[in-house]
Design a protein around this ligand. Structure first.
Ligand code: SAH
Length: 237
């Protein structure tokens, strides 16, 4: 990886180390498995995935990418961590899912190579692991065709998100391995909205994601204080 790439090698290593656990629905990535139907339905409800050309940025082991392909989209998953990508490829092969391919390339480099090539771009639970999230937002905006949709999800930065996303999720409930997230890297909705506006993406919808540890259920509502998702659209040409 060249020094100018917008990535933190320690973050990529963290995800590579756990790659073999990616598809264990009860393992370290359990939260991603659990939220997947919810976010898939939300994205599909807005962007109608069937038949669309979709890019999943920071796809990891492919939980969302594969689900979108099963929904009838043609999906390209990209990530900079080698092992999760290999796991994603192998899983797609074993599961016999078609219309899915994976590449080790940054969003910025792919935007130079293939601008305006995708109907839909998703970038979920990834921006908070990157040194310059605004650069990824701008790359996603260049990758989507005019009129297309770009979806982001990340974690807000405030005392409640420290208590819930770090202390609660990593130390008390042990939903995630310790050190998964660094609070200072979290992104407020207004920071994300500003990055979207600067990249000429119109923010269309923002939803919060909640978790009840007693029922172990996740749902979406209007409370964006901890986890949240944003739907944006590139204006039609
Ligand atoms: N988006 C997936 C995985 C989230 S985990 C999902 O929601 O199911 C975060 C992922 O971001 C990891 O796979 C990690 O390797 C990837 N990542 C971190 N920094 C990155 C970067 N600079 N470029 C691309 N992917 C990156």
């Amino acid at each position: 990886m060249s020094a100018s790439v917008n990535a933190d090698p320690a973050e990529l290593e963290k995800f590579s180390e756990l790659a073999h656990r990616w598809w264990d629905a009860e393992g370290e990535f359990r939260p991603l498995h659990q939220i997947n139907p919810l976010r898939l339905a939300w994205i599909d409800g807005i962007a109608a995935l069937a038949g669309k050309q979709v890019l999943d940025v920071g796809c990891g082991g492919g939980i969302l990418a594969e689900a979108m392909a099963r929904s009838g989209a043609r999906v390209t998953g990209i990530d900079l961590a080698t092992k999760p990508l290999r796991v994603a490829q192998l899983h797609a092969l074993e599961a016999g899912v078609s219309g899915l391919n994976y590449r080790e390339v940054s969003a910025e480099a792919l935007a130079d190579e293939a601008p305006a090539s995708f109907d839909v771009v998703t970038c979920m639970e990834m921006l908070e692991h990157v040194p310059d999230p605004a650069s990824v937002v701008a790359a996603c905006a260049r990758l989507v065709r005019p009129g297309g949709w770009v979806f982001f999800s990340t974690i807000n930065r405030n005392p409640k998100s420290f208590a819930f996303a770090i202390v609660g999720a990593e130390y008390v409930l042990k939903l995630l391995p310790r050190g998964t997230h660094e609070w200072s890297r979290f992104i407020t909705p207004s920071e994300l909205a500003a990055a979207c506006r600067a990249a000429q993406l119109d923010v269309r919808q923002m939803r919060g994601m909640q978790y009840n540890p007693l029922t172990r259920r996740y749902w979406l509502d209007g409370d964006t204080r901890v986890n949240y998702l944003v739907a944006t659209q590139r204006p039609a040409a």
